[in-house]
Ligand binder design. Structure first.
Ligand code: S3P
Length: 431
């Protein structure tokens, strides 16, 4: 599918974005192995989370979807209640599905196979295979070592004390899930804090988990209790609308009920530091997570440097922050973000190439990018490169670029933000 975007006058109004993808994956997995029934509201119906739902359904958890109310109901089967799936598990494009399920599946008494689409089969899995193997897991990659498809054989797991070599919530979560099935406690240490939704959810569902400084302790074999929850809006999806609100002149918008977990809200800190007018209203808690409304008014931005510990707090937002930097006064430097090169696309290259095609002054570095601004953008024909966030970044660029911007293969947006273009239309003022 190709979508063409035109420059608009302003953005005005109030909208919602789909529920948080990271929280949703964890809600499905943990409630599937809990005791009892959970109703999850504001569940994101994007393909990534559906891959996780299909996988747990294939292992005996009864998950009913209600698209009209954007909710799902999960009948938990208990910690040891999953059964062998009839076929291989296909995580499709979802790295979170593949890596978290690896952690869950190494603890089961049945064998399994996990595969994915061509993009996912090119993403590294050794980061998960290595610590899980240290726990005693038996994992084989049938085609290329360290990549999907992988086969898992049943094994006896022991707890480990493991320091994450990279800041990755997917790796951390895979270890914590395997730790539920180990014979002794596990400790995971992080030098740089990554998103902590797994820890929060395990805690609210009854596991013995204790986080102190950079160290997470988890006791094995808990009884988990099903937990109803309202999933806050995904700040990683809101990021595109927030950026549009800042960049399109004369805009004033509110994004309702967005997750504000501090391990995810780096983009708000960066934009405020760049001079962005962003206010948070109506803050409240939901199942251990913080949520609130984000009010954005268009702003003149100045450049910044983004590096170090803040990177995991905004890793998925770097492509759209790069777009904002093309409109900021001065030189913006993004570094320490090598991880961008192993996302749904090589996001250092796909961001730099896409924004260059639209007229930006941007250059790639081994661990990030350097952007000069402000630079007027012009429309062009660009490709999503099979990456939902690159497609949305190009669409937001199209709102401020002169002429028409066409995004080829824009259907990839459905991975995380079905209804993205309708949401944009709702708040767009064309004349
Ligand atoms: C995610 C963690 C991050 C993030 C991804 C979702 C998660 O990946 O980029 O979109 O839900 O745990 P890494 O763990 O590879 O940093």
């Amino acid at each position: 599918m190709n979508t063409t975007i035109e420059k608009i006058k302003k953005l005005k109004g109030e909208i919602k974005v789909p529920g948080d993808k990271s929280i949703a994956h964890r809600a499905v997995i943990l409630n599937a192995i809990a005791n009892g029934r959970a109703v999850i509201e504001n569940f994101p119906m994007g393909q990534d989370c559906l891959s996780t739902v299909e996988a747990l359904n294939s292992m005996g958890a009864k998950i009913r979807m209600n698209s009209a109310t954007e909710s799902i109901t999960i009948e938990g089967v208990g910690l040891n209640g999953l059964s062998e799936p009839a076929t291989e598990i296909d995580a499709e494009n979802s790295g979170t599905t593949a890596r978290l399920l690896m952690g869950l599946l190494v603890g089961q008494s049945f064998p399994s196979t996990i595969t994915g689409d061509i993009h996912l089969c090119r993403r590294p899995m050794d980061r998960v295979i290595i610590p899980l193997s240290l726990m005693g897991a038996k994992i084989h990659s049938s085609e290329r070592r360290g990549y999907l498809p992988i086969q898992i054989e049943p094994s006896t797991l022991n707890g480990i004390d493991y320091t994450l070599p990279i800041a990755s919530a997917q790796v951390k979560s895979a270890i914590l899930l395997a730790a539920l099935y180990a014979s002794s406690p596990t400790v995971v240490r992080e030098n740089t804090k990554s998103r902590n939704h797994t820890e929060i959810m395990l805690n609210t569902m009854g596991a013995t988990i204790d986080t102190r400084d950079d160290r997470i302790y988890i006791a094995p074999r808990p009884t988990l209790y099903a937990q109803d929850m309202f999933i806050p809006g995904d700040i990683s999806s809101a990021a595109f609308i927030i950026t549009a609100g800042l960049l399109v002149p004369h805009s004033s918008i509110v994004i309702k009920d967005v997750g504000l977990n501090s391990t995810r809200s780096g983009i708000l800190d960066i934009y405020k530091g760049m001079g962005g007018d962003i206010q948070i209203e109506n803050k409240e808690g939901t199942a251990g997570e913080l949520m609130g409304d984000i009010k954005v008014t268009s702003s003149i931005l100045r450049s910044t440097t983004i590096e170090g510990n803040i990177i995991p707090r905004l890793i998925d937002e770097l492509p759209i922050i790069a777009l904002a930097a093309t409109q900021a006064v001065g030189t913006t430097i993004i570094k320490d973000a090598q991880e961008l090169s192993v996302k749904e696309s090589n996001r250092i290259l796909s961001t730099v190439n896409t924004l260059s095609q639209l007229g930006a002054d941007i250059e790639a570095t081994p661990d990030g990018m350097i952007i000069q601004g402000p630079t007027p953008l012009h429309g062009a024909i660009v490709d999503s490169k099979g990456d939902h966030r690159i497609a949305m970044m190009a669409a937001i660029a199209g709102l401020i670029a002169n002429g028409q911007t066409t995004i080829k293969n824009s259907q990839w947006i459905d991975i995380s933000f079905p209804g993205f273009f309708d949401t944009l239309k709702e708040i767009s003022v064309m004349s």
